[in-house]
Design a protein around this ligand. Structure first.
Ligand SMILES: Cc1ncc(COP(=O)(O)O)c(C=O)c1O
Length: 396
């Protein structure tokens, strides 16, 4: 047993145990988040839109996996005016993180208790129907308060929102409610990232028609329509506010060159350590299903990260990781907690070496887009697919 312990690594291990916090967080696999990149992106985006247009930072799904409070604070420092979340809980978490800017809940809240919590915590619900509007009115009235809401209209996404044909009448009705403050009217684009599709233009025309009618009636709401793709592709989609998610995190959902042209910076990297290095002969099957057979005597590095951390199994044998600015191919099936690299050509990779699965390493960068090409996913899903088993380390 004694012989099996490689004393070469003992001093390193002892040092790591002493630095307990560091060691615990960076032990197996983790996510590094740079708030300064979020701040820069928010600054770039707020300069990109017209001066009188507000910037909403969309921080739902725990800030697209980056950590909602970290992203929210950084985006506000960079010039974002308000925040968008999907759920009541996400809004409450931000309030508890000492965030006092306007927060819009983009998802539908159907229960009186949820709307009551919005009132208590100064969160703006989205309403899509008369039923929700009446609930808001009842709750605010019984507390002698006003509740601010945004009303969503479906212009072609066919998800949340009232029917376009009912929008004008519903908006007029809600506007006349004594205790409901209708602050915003908005819609959501279904295909803004597909510049060849006519749907965005159609949605814009429908929205514009409604805006025109509401303006004729003398209403002055905050009108908003654009997500990241809409924001980046056409100023006519900007209206009074844009709701930006993906671009805030450093990625353009349309023309990828835009990321560089605008100077958007990815803010998240996924890192993991090599936990074992093995020398194996030619012809050895690697990992479940032996989907990879070594073609030469090989040096394999086992890394402590897997699909239970958010590295999609469909990426098996297709991705590479970065180590010291060089790419190492991943081989065999990605398993729940581990994956294997072919380190034959990389003698510098040893137990404890850190590899980057996503994000920057030196001059190189692996983007979610590169993963999605392989696993049929989308960058949004990749980013918010990293599980909380991976500690988030904020790099100041
Ligand atoms: C209503 C709404 N607005 C804006 C966004 C932000 O989208 P994106 O990340 O493409 O900017 C989302 C995200 O899905 C959303 O649901």
């Amino acid at each position: 047993m004694q012989n099996l312990i490689d004393t070469k690594f003992a001093p390193e291990l002892i040092k790591e145990i002493k630095q307990v916090d560091e060691a615990v967080l960076r032990q197996r696999a983790w996510i590094e988040v740079e708030p300064s990149s979020i701040e820069t992106n928010a600054r770039i985006l707020s300069k990109f839109i017209p001066e009188n247009c507000l910037l909403m930072a969309v921080v739902k799904a725990d800030g697209y996996g980056h950590g909602a409070a970290t992203v929210a604070h950084a985006a506000l420092r960079g010039g974002a005016d308000n925040l968008g979340v999907a759920t009541l809980q996400e809004g409450l978490d931000l309030r508890r993180s000492a965030i006092d800017c306007p927060i819009l809940v983009l998802g539908n809240l159907t229960k009186a208790e949820e709307l009551r919590a919005c009132l208590d915590w100064d969160l703006m619900p989205t309403i899509s129907s008369l039923r929700e509007a009446l609930l808001c009115q009842k709750i605010a009235e019984s507390n002698g308060l006003q509740i601010s809401v945004h009303l969503k209209v479906d212009t072609g996404m066919t998800r949340l929102g009232c029917d376009l044909k009912d929008a004008l009448a519903l908006i007029k009705t809600v506007h006349d409610f004594g205790n409901v403050e209708l602050d915003g009217v908005y819609s959501h684009l279904a295909l803004a990232d597909d510049e060849s599709s006519p749907v965005t233009e159609l949605q814009q025309q429908r929205f514009q028609h409604l805006v025109g009618k509401l303006n004729d009636c003398g209403y002055d709401f905050c009108f908003h329509l654009a997500n990241s793709a809409g924001t980046l592709r056409d100023i006519n989609l900007h209206y009074d506010m844009v709701r930006v998610g993906l671009a805030l995190y450093g990625y353009s959902p349309i023309n990828q060159d835009l990321e560089n042209d605008l100077g958007l910076k990815p803010a998240l990297s996924v890192k993991a350590r090599v936990t074992l290095v093995r020398d194996v002969p030619e012809g050895v099957g690697v990992s479940y299903g032996h989907r990879f057979i070594t073609k030469r005597p090989s040096r394999l590095a086992v890394v402590g990260i897997g699909y239970a951390d958010g590295v999609n199994r469909a990426l098996s044998g297709k991705i590479s990781v970065l180590s010291n600015n060089k790419f190492l191919p991943q081989v065999g099936s990605i398993t729940m907690d581990q994956l294997v690299l072919d380190a034959t050509d990389h003698p510098d990779v040893v137990v404890g070496s850190i590899v980057t699965l996503l994000g920057k390493d030196g001059n190189s960068c692996i983007t979610p887009k590169q993963w999605t090409d392989w696993c049929g996913s989308i960058p949004w899903e990749v980013l918010c697919g990293f599980k909380h088993r991976l500690p988030r380390i904020v790099i100041r």
